[in-house]
Design a protein around this ligand. Structure first.
Ligand code: GLP
Length: 244
C-alpha cells in the first residue's frame, strides 16, 4: 500500500523569488520580533545562507533606517555553535561579530557563545529562553552542528564533524585544515525555541530540505526534527513540494 506523508500544518513554507527577497523577508521578521519584544532572546546561525539577512539587518540597525531602525540594546543573542580548537579568525564568534553584531548597538555582554560558557542551556533558560532561532541546513541535513545520528534529546554538547561538513565548510579556512570538532546547541535546545525560522537558499539544498520535511522524522536527518515543533517557518528561494 502506498503511503503519502504530508508536511505538518505547524510548518509554514514561504517561497521568495530571489535570495535578496528571501533575506529581506527574514530580516523583516527578526526586526519585527525585536520591535515587539525589545529584550528578545535570539539564536543565530553562521554559514553563507544568513549573510543576506545579516546585511539587511545591518542596514536596519543604522540610524538612517529612521522609523525602521532596529534597536538591539536590550536583545540577547546566542550563537548556535562554534568550532573547537580553531584559529579565532575562523571562529563563528568572529563571524557573528563581523557580519552582524558590530553593525548594531548590541553590547558585547549581550552576545553569548557555546564555547565560552559552561552551561549554555542554563544560561539560555535564565535569560527567559529563546524567542526566535534562525537556522540554516547542512547538505546532510544537519542543523547547527547536530550531525546525522545526533540524539533528539540532546542539549548543548561537543561533537565530531562529518567529513562532508568539513569539506562543505573548507573554503572558509583559506587553505588551512578545517577543524574536526565543534560545540553546538543540541536538538532539544533548538526545539525549545518559541519560534524557528529555517532559511534555505539554492536548489542544491532542495533534496535534503524535502527529505527533512516530506519524510517521517528520523535522526538520520536532524532537520526533520523540526516537524515536531509547533511554530516553524521555512523560507526558501526555490519551490518546495512533497509530491510522491
Ligand atoms: C554549518 C553551520 C550551520 C549552517 C550550515 C549550512 O556548518 N554549523 O549552522 O546552517 O553549515 O551552511 P551554509 O549556509 O553555508 O550552507
Amino acid at each position: 500500500m502506498e503511503t503519502t506523508f504530508k508536511i505538518p500544518p505547524s510548518i509554514k513554507i514561504e517561497t521568495f523569488p530571489s535570495y535578496e527577497a528571501l533575506s529581506q523577508a527574514v530580516a523583516g521578521r527578526v526586526a519585527a520580533q525585536i520591535k515587539a519584544k525589545p529584550d528578545s532572546v535570539l539564536g543565530l546561525p553562521t554559514g553563507n545562507t544568513p549573510l543576506g539577512t545579516y546585511k539587511e539587518l545591518s542596514l536596519l540597525s543604522k540610524p538612517e533606517a529612521k522609523e525602521n531602525f532596529v534597536d538591539w540594546s536590550k536583545a540577547r543573542c546566542f550563537a548556535l555553535d562554534d568550532y573547537i580548537d580553531v584559529d579565532e579568525r575562523f571562529s563563528f564568534h568572529a563571524f557573528l561579530v563581523d557580519k552582524i553584531y558590530r553593525h548594531t548597538n548590541l553590547s558585547g555582554s549581550q552576545s553569548f557563545y557555546p564555547g565560552l560558557t559552561d552551561d549554555y542551556d542554563h544560561l539560555i533558560e535564565e535569560t527567559g529562553g529563546l524567542d526566535l532561532t534562525l537556522l540554516g541546513i547542512g547538505n546532510n541535513g544537519h542543523i547547527a552542528f547536530n550531525e546525522p545520528g545526533t540524539c533528539p534529546a540532546s542539549w548543548t554538547h561537543c561533537t565530531w564533524l562529518d567529513e562532508s561538513t568539513r569539506q562543505a565548510n573548507k573554503a572558509a579556512f583559506e587553505g588551512n585544515t578545517p577543524p574536526t570538532r565543534a560545540v553546538t546547541m543540541g536538538l532539544a535546545t533548538i526545539l525549545s525555541s518559541r519560534k524557528i525560522i529555517l532559511i534555505v537558499s539554492g536548489e542544491k539544498k532542495k533534496t535534503i530540505l524535502e527529505k527533512a520535511l516530506c519524510q517521517p522524522v528520523s535522526r538520520d536527518v536532524p532537520a526533520s526534527l523540526l516537524q515536531m515543533h509547533q511554530r516553524v517557518e521555512v523560507l526558501t528561494d526555490f519551490a518546495v513540494s512533497c509530491a510522491v
